[in-house]
Ligand binder design. Structure first.
Ligand SMILES: Nc1ncnc2c1ncn2[C@@H]1O[C@H](COP(=O)(O)OP(=O)(O)OP(=O)(O)O)[C@@H](O)[C@H]1O
Length: 315
């Protein structure tokens, strides 16, 4: 992927709202044909970053280049090559799916044929139905279809699956993967780590307006230097007891890191069996009365926690 041409450059992008710094010097490059994910909790600055690249918000610092054009200086050129599915596209509720497609198509000098696009979005059955009768997933697919009418090279999808049920989410994943197969470059924001893992070639982890890590999902998880997590609860520990328990847990064989949130403890290790046996031995005789013990593979959520001390979906 890194040998492919660069299609997007975010170059020291900054956005302030009054004294609040929503985006603080964000840098990244997106290669042609990749699905590039902006993953972070609510308020991380994903939408603001995307909208600066799309030319919808003016940066207070830095610049964004799309397909060689500066979004501030050559917005008309940028618009020719991008398709944008906004987070809350307000659609004309009384039009039918086909009518709204035709209306949007009329805004472009050249647009793709509507029927195949409706088929790609699995909306052929709904083409005569009014927008107001569509489900959440169907509306999202329609919004993506509208973003594809000008046959864009680069597609921006802002939290396309937020609020959708698992089936509708998977239908959208399939659509996104098909677009990738056709060589489209896709920038996608999400706060679902599973979605980022399944769809994205590279993920830019964002928190509080900054990039905290950027790599392939695999390398991000590898950066933890631990491929497994041992998770359990230790309820009713006071602060003093917690300190001594933590000291004890740090002694568990092969443990590379520990995360504690409330009464949930997570030990990271790449030698799961050794660590688990030692943990059980150390807990013998009621020394550590844990509950809900489970082991699992380390995830992007663990990477985010280890980098920021917070969970992706924490309110
Ligand atoms: N027009 C605005 N005026 C003031 N503050 C804003 C404005 N737009 C966004 N913000 C703030 O900037 C921060 C970043 O918002 P942004 O929407 O870019 O984050 P996000 O990562 O996309 O989050 P979400 O998943 O909630 O959309 C948030 O704290 C938000 O409240």
């Amino acid at each position: 992927m890194e040998s492919s041409p660069i299609v997007i450059e975010a170059d020291e992008l900054v956005k302030n709202y009054g004294s609040f710094q929503a985006v603080r010097c964000v840098n990244f490059q997106v290669y042609q044909g990749e699905v590039f994910g902006l993953l972070g909790p609510n308020g991380a600055g994903k939408t603001t970053t995307m909208e600066m690249i799309e030319g919808l918000r003016k940066p207070d610092g830095g610049r964004a280049i799309v397909a060689g054009y500066d979004t501030q200086k050559d917005l008309a050129k940028v618009k020719e090559v991008i398709g944008v599915q906004l987070q809350s596209t307000s659609l004309f509720e009384l039009l039918t799916v086909e009518e709204i497609m035709r209306m949007y198509a009329s805004f472009y000098p050249n647009s793709v044929p509507i029927q195949p696009l409706l088929a790609d979005m699995t909306l052929t059955d709904k083409r005569k139905g009014r927008v107001k009768h569509l489900s959440g997933g169907q509306k999202q697919r329609l919004a993506i279809g509208l973003a594809l009418l000008n046959d864009p090279k680069v597609i921006f999808l802002d939290e396309p699956t937020t609020g959708l049920d698992p089936t509708a989410r998977r239908t959208l994943w399939d659509i996104i993967l098909k677009l990738k197969e056709r060589g489209k470059t896709i920038v996608l924001s999400t706060h679902y780590m599973e979605e980022a893992h399944v769809l994205c070639d590279r993920i830019c982890l964002m928190d509080q307006g900054k990039v905290v890590a950027l790599d392939t999902p695999r390398n991000l998880v590898r950066s933890l230097q631990s491929d497994s997590a041992i998770e359990f609860r230790l309820p009713e520990l006071d602060e003093v007891k917690k300190e001594s328990v933590l000291a004890e847990l740090h002694e568990v064989r092969e443990v590379k890191g520990i995360d504690v949130r409330k009464d949930v403890f997570v030990l990271y290790t790449d030698k799961l069996q050794d660590s688990l046996i030692d943990l059980i031995e150390k807990s013998a005789g009621g020394k550590l009365e844990f509950t809900d013990l489970q082991t699992r593979t380390a995830t992007l959520e663990d990477v985010f926690i280890s980098m920021t001390g917070r969970s992706l979906n924490e309110e």
